[in-house]
Design a protein around this ligand. Structure first.
Ligand code: NDP
Length: 332
């Protein structure tokens, strides 16, 4: 079977040379473990940080070792009676065709309850939960709020905007990196206003899109976007710091936001979060989102790249903005 390994650490933007494909024997499940034939794997922006040799909330990838991350597949051998052969499971050992996983570390899912299996990596999975917990618990969203989300056409952002709409936002504004993405948000996801952040300064475009200011900012991007959101934020506004993708490949410290002091005068509540510490919200999140799905009220586009050998390319494409909605790799 094939697995993708870290070949070297990037400085700045990663390239295909930082990855290698290796052929290894299919591993065997030991007591309490299952062998999973992976069907889809996830590529995510946080993996960029794991390519650096720095201490963070999650350990770095190791050179010469396989990468890991979210995946979904079918159990083909089981040494644990709670997870039988034939079950479909979400787990954390992607980037390989087969994974041996401790039975206690898999989430058994119902393929019939999702439009596609890959939805368990996106809308009904980690990125969906990030949107849900970040908007409702961290940003303390309330009906009638005007919400701005950056990275709005991506996996997390597209769900943030839709949940805000479904939960009674006054106005939902999103920014994305192309005119097509901005149009998709309005036409298919029900955003009220969108803009291409590459067209003009974010501060000006946000002011035009939100003449009465914003109450919530869901930050996927950092930098200039965060500065613009602080500038447009109403008194007692709330900011969920989810990601800062604009700076993941930077080799110098960010130059924005330059207006952090206004957080004081506006009495803004600004808080970072890591989705892994919000798994207690999974049952409510899945119940509510699955109901919206059944009623056709929420939708999630995916960008699917075929073949595990193309996973590094999918990851590099994600960092460049090649995806609309969740970027996933079809493993087999
Ligand atoms: P996305 O599906 O949003 O993909 C990444 C997107 O980032 C690209 O499609 C691209 O879209 C955009 N992007 C890239 N560079 C820039 C830039 N310089 N400025 C603005 N946008 C840029 O990924 P996810 O939805 O998985 O993740 C979104 C954010 O949420 C990331 O910052 C990620 O790290 C974070 N995250 C945080 C979690 C947590 O627990 N805190 C959990 C999951 C994700 P475009 O074409 O619009 O530029």
């Amino acid at each position: 079977m094939r697995e993708i390994r870290l070949a070297s650490r990037p400085s700045g933007w990663p390239t295909a040379e930082n990855f290698e494909v290796a052929d290894v024997p299919v591993p065997e499940a030991g007591p309490g473990q299952v062998l999973v034939r992976n069907v889809y794997m996830s590529v995510d922006p946080y993996m960029r940080g794991r390519m650096n040799d720095v201490k963070s909330y999650i350990p770095p990838f190791q050179i010469g070792q396989p990468l890991d991350g979210g995946a979904i597949g079918e159990v083909v051998a089981s040494q644990d009676e709670t997870v039988p052969v034939g079950a479909f499971v979400v787990h954390g050992l992607g980037w390989r065709e087969f994974s041996v996983v401790d039975a206690g570390k898999v989430r058994v899912v119902d393929p019939a309850a999702a439009p596609t299996l890959s939805a368990y990596l996106g809308l009904l999975g980690m990125t969906g939960l990030t949107a849900y917990a970040g908007l409702l618990d961290i940003a303390q969203f309330r009906e009638g709020d005007t919400v701005f989300v950056s990275g709005a056409a991506g996996a997390v952002g597209s769900v943030v905007g839709q949940i805000a709409r479904l939960r009674g936002a006054k106005r939902v504004i999103g920014s994305a990196g192309s005119a097509e993405k901005a149009k998709h948000l309005v036409d298919e996801l029900g955003f009220d206003a969108t803009f291409n952040y590459k067209d003009a300064p974010v501060r000006d475009q946000l002011r035009a899109a939100a003449p009465d200011g914003i109450d919530v900012y869901f930050d996927n991007v950092g930098g200039e976007h965060l500065e613009a959101a602080i500038a447009s934020m109403n008194k007692f506004g709330r900011i969920a710091l989810c990601g800062a993708i604009a700076q993941y490949n930077d080799t110098a410290p960010p130059t924005a936001p330059r207006n952090l002091a206004s957080v004081i005068g506006k009495e803004i509540n600004m808080r970072g979060f890591i989705v892994g510490n919000h798994s207690h919200r999974m049952p409510e999140f899945v119940a509510e989102t699955a109901a919206w799905l059944r009623e056709g009220k929420i939708t999630a586009r995916e960008t699917v790249v075929d073949g595990i050998e193309n996973a590094p390319g999918a990851f590099l494409g994600l960092l460049r903005g090649d995806n609309t909605g969740k970027m996933v790799v079809k493993v087999g």
